[in-house]
Design a protein. Sequence first.
Length: 212
Amino acid sequence: MELAGKIDHTLLKPEAAEKDIVNLCHEAVKYGFASVCVNPTYICTASRLLHGTRVAASTVVGFPLGAVLTEIKVQEVLAAKAYGAREVDAVMNISRAKSGDWKTVQRDMETVVRTAQSCGLKIKFIIETGLLDQDEKKKAAFIVKESGADFIKTSTGFYGGAAVEDVRNLKEWVGPSVKVKASGGIKTREFAIELVKAGADRLGTSSGLSLL
């Protein structure tokens, strides 16, 4: 049950149908997962099914590339709140980071974080570790910390997944003020426990049932 409480029960595949989202929510309530994470088109369904439970409805922002305009991310956050989300997972502007344009990355992140927190949403920022070198990961972690985001998240799951070393490093770089979410490729209980021991506070996975 302790492990279950760290899992964001996730289904972000493009072919996921509404019945799959319904099942996801029922499973999350049954097993006591922290949240369900679904694409924005189903956040209303998820929030309705999870209303009155301890499981948070969560959706994604700027997913999966992070390259949409900041104004669009802001509108996605506001829409998520309007449709009942309690948490959002936003993607850093990876292209700008790879270009070395960290000022734009920081402005984007700070604006999105401020919007989310102003309407009572927890926000996790995905930095996509699989596309960054070590210096870029450290710089991204610093910006997430400075932005005031609730979590730093390793991956979308589309470009590589979580790694124990990344989780350990991110935990060290952000310190106690920011939690760490490991996501992508978490398919065994053993790996999940390794990530938790390395410092992961949340695990994003579509394999939650098999982990338990």
